[in-house]
Design a protein around this ligand. Sequence first.
Ligand SMILES: Cc1cc2nc3c(=O)[nH]c(=O)nc-3n(C[C@H](O)[C@H](O)[C@H](O)COP(=O)(O)OP(=O)(O)OC[C@H]3O[C@@H](n4cnc5c(N)ncnc54)[C@H](O)[C@@H]3O)c2cc1C
Length: 378
Amino acid sequence: MKIVIIGNGISAERALTELFKSDGLDVTLIKGEEYGPYPRPRLPEFIKGAVDVSLFKKDKLSPFILKGLKVVRGAVISLDTKEKTIILKDGDEISYDKLIITSGADSNRLTIANDGLDVLSLRTIADAERIIAELERKKRPVVIGAGLLGLELAAAISIRTGGGVSVIEGADHILPKQLDEKASLFFEKLLKEKGISIIKGSYPKCYEKDAVVLSDGRRIPSDLALESVGIRPSIEFAANAGLDIARAIKINSRAETSAKDVYAAGDASEYDKLSPGLVYYALETARVAAINAKGGDAVISLSSPSASIEACGIAAYSLGDIKNAARVESKESRERYEALYISEDGILLGAIAVGSRANMMRAQKNIGEPVDLSLLDF
Ligand SMILES: Cc1cc2nc3c(=O)[nH]c(=O)nc-3n(C[C@H](O)[C@H](O)[C@H](O)COP(=O)(O)OP(=O)(O)OC[C@H]3O[C@@H](n4cnc5c(N)ncnc54)[C@H](O)[C@@H]3O)c2cc1C
């Protein structure tokens, strides 16, 4: 049986780990990116100067190649699910018995007028190297988007350049998906003390040669904009092949797509309307796709969603459901804020911590249980 994997991110790596627990499989991986798998979440650390480029350029496929993995460098441009063939950009054709799509995503980009401002985004090691090179010459970088990645990137730039960075956020608070307003304001206050200022409630309307112009008319002087405005799944070939797509390729609880013998995982996939673009989801969907592709029987089981960020040494952590609580218990000091989100019948639904993650392992274990208020002890 020939199993083909498209992509060389962490979903592919997780799938390979699972596949090579068995002997006698014929596995081919199609690698679109020169380097990888590598830990994309650590790219801001590279920009900061805290880790070396070798971390990202390390050959992590060799152990699998020793076990028989075949690697093909190329970009998949089309897929025929009836003939079970894949066509690469250079014209090569590859057949499969089972296919696992882990083609991930690219950075989303704003489609606004640009009159000469350099605009970059961060997804790959090549992007990170380009950003570092630009920061040698550019002195007024502005980050667009105060989500997890935008804030980590802003913090990394601020540490690398030793200068302040502005972040533009359209919502009225930062990390709108992960934090409520109170936690968000607390985090923002700590970030400001580290030189990161947030401009909220207004979107970039257009770029000028030396500024980002906002929807409310303000001009933010800049010589480099870094867009961090979400991701766009790399799934054009799958859409053209007629696979069911919503935001990404739809999968069921066995990571099967709508096409026979085709599985999908990670940022390229969407399960039960969920496509979070996060590592925990990528690893679990890839595990299930690989087990089922080799004839096993696994179903997706996702832990409570959690998100963590560390910017300029300040940690923030969001866990579980923070949107549907009947009451919130919180505690605050000069440098630390914690909140527990509790159901009407006293069950812990979610938690937020800013300034320290120390109590969050215990909070994770307490989710779904009667709330333990000692979690707020600090
Ligand atoms: C800077 C940054 C910080 C992040 N921080 C966090 C974090 O703190 N926590 C967290 O949980 N998540 C974080 N993420 C998200 C996390 O990295 C992704 O969820 C994860 O990388 C998804 O892995 P993947 O293998 O599904 O896709 P990807 O990592 O996107 O890998 C897909 C691979 O497929 C290749 N490919 C694409 N199209 C084709 C094609 N047509 N043919 C062949 N190959 C193709 C690509 O080149 C790529 O190598 C961060 C991401 C970034 C960029």
